[in-house]
Design a protein around this ligand. Structure first.
Ligand code: 13P
Length: 258
């Protein structure tokens, strides 16, 4: 566990001028040394953002990757290309991609494996819908999403992934899950990981879904929470910086994950 990790997911947002304004503000602030910070940006801006982040502690990531290598896959962006632009992280299996673009659990696992093989860290997103939660299916949905990941990755690789629990009903709604709800699922994920890997404690498990500066501290203080995957708030420099500050404050408290 150790240092908290805060990753911004810009989703399908950004323009060159806006990106520059946002990152100039972000990079002007000295980030605490005890947190990791990344931004996952749309493909066309990887080059621009990579340049703007040069010399800063903020690292670059993408929001998706092809499930295929280089080759005759029109419209796809391969892991090799992301590595070529200096990406460290790549989000795989975001609920928006699962719901709107038909990504299966198996495809997500395959993307995670390709990312690792290409030297990137996959941020594997999992989470239930409201109907699934109301139907008492949280554990079975999370298990169904995780199983192909466990099957696809070998034990050493498992220790190198990041997992993001993002309940679909909390994404973009302004309604974060309650810390107790998050706590329960994160503990379940950690437990599932422990049954596969002796290094389960070192794997970062993030929470995502309407995280704000005002809720970040309580969420990041949960015993199995290693940070956050931040959507809307990552587009507002002052809000994103405040979330990073909350992460640093939890790390400094030494209250958890030691
Ligand atoms: P919001 O923070 O906008 O709810 O988005 C969360 C998310 O989907 C991050 O990947």
């Amino acid at each position: 566990m150790g240092d908290k990790l805060v990753i911004g997911n810009w989703k399908s947002n950004g323009r060159r001028l806006e990106n520059e304004a946002l990152l100039t503000l972000l990079c002007a602030q000295a980030l605490e040394p005890n947190i990791g910070v990344g931004v996952c940006v749309p493909y066309p801006y990887l080059d621009q953002v990579g340049r703007l982040l040069e010399g800063s502690a903020v690292v670059l990531g993408a929001q998706d990757v092809s499930a295929y290598p280089d080759g005759a896959y029109t419209g796809e962006v391969s892991v090799g290309m992301l590595a070529d632009f200096g990406c460290r992280y790549v989000i795989v299996g975001h609920s928006e991609r699962r719901a709107l673009f038909g990504e299966s659990d198996q495809m997500v696992a395959r993307k995670a494996r390709l990312a690792l093989e290409g030297g990137l860290v996959p941020v594997v997103c999992i989470g239930e819908t409201l109907a699934e939660r109301d139907g008492g299916e949280v554990a079975s949905v999370i298990s169904r999403q995780l199983e192909p990941i466990w099957a696809e990755l070998d034990v050493d690789d498992l220790a190198r992934i990041v997992i993001a629990y993002e309940p679909v009903w909390a994404i973009g709604t302004g309604l974060s899950a309650e810390p107790s709800q998050v706590d329960e699922v994160l503990a379940f994920v950690r437990q599932s990981l422990s049954s596969r890997s002796t290094q389960a404690d070192t794997v970062k498990i993030l929470y995502g879904g309407s995280v704000k500066a005002s809720t970040a501290f309580d969420l990041f203080s949960l015993p199995d929470c290693d940070g956050g995957l931040i959507g809307g708030a990552s587009l507002v420099a002052v809000e994103f910086l405040a979330i990073c500050k909350a992460a640093a404050a939890v790390s400094n408290n030494g209250s958890v994950n030691e």
